[in-house]
Write a protein of this length. Sequence first.
Length: 350
Amino acid sequence: MAECGRGRRSGGGLLKRARHMEMNSFFDTVYPADALEFCPHHNASDVFVCGTYYLDTAASQGPVQKRTGQCLVFQVEQDKKFHKIQTIQLPAVPDMKWCHGTSRDAPLLAIADSEGHVSLHQWQESRLQSHSSLSCASSDILCLSLDWSNRRNTSADASLVVSLSNGSLCLLRMDDQGSASGLRAIETWAAHDFEPWIAAWDYWDASIIYSGGDDLKLKMWDTRQGFLQPSLTNKRFEAGVTSIQSHPHAEHTLAVGSYDNTVRIFDKRKLLAPMTQIDVGGGAWRVKWHPLPTRKDDLLVACMHDGFKIVQHASLAYGVDWSFAPTDANKETLVASCSFYDHALHLWSA
């Protein structure tokens, strides 16, 4: 996506690209789909996962709501079709992220669920194998989002930040990366007055965490200074902050999505005022920078009621991701998207 503002192209380039998308395949996830992630590892770049979220009203009792879901595992074929290779039964899955480990590490997926758990699953023998699980909160608290700290520095010790529906954030670390010891909780702190929909690392500085929530605030936390108060708070939003991603190829750039139908691009050194902002026509539930430095201006946005800003969709657009697989000669990249009410999963080229 091209930036707009002083000396920059308008956001129209993003919409123009959407009209040239080519759909390759479709899958009905049955349950509403809300999270999607391609594996970044070279030996499994043809694998992606989709998380589903179903509120079972029949099984819910009074204020206790029963949520169930799955992690669906897919593999892309040579002709850019795809097929499901595995189903993992779980509580509802609000978010998932692959760890960007070294080429020596087995791919590792972290899953946030609706009963306060983060579980790790390792890719072995062409399947996801259960690795370990940690309870971040009581079973009536949802883990809403999570992010790994080592997107750029893949050899560094891996940490996770998790946002919880009670307004807290939780910092987790691997006891010994790749071992069976799994995760341990380092700190949990009150971060937002309402649901923090998103928590994300600064990929260039593993001491910095960003969070945003339904209290209309974007916050920055410095792990070296403790968590009694944020290092900075931006209160200049008209609706809840829903999505944040640090740019993997531009050190000071941060994309922030909101329910107010706007994606804001910040220079993290001036976090109170965006460099530019783009009206994307729907609440920006997920923002994903392109994984290749040659396409560092491209941003993929899942815009809930207004579809994907690469794909136009009628249902709530929730999950979207770029493939990390090498691109063809024409430089197109595979894109997968999933949507909520019509539980539709698509594979596209862009």
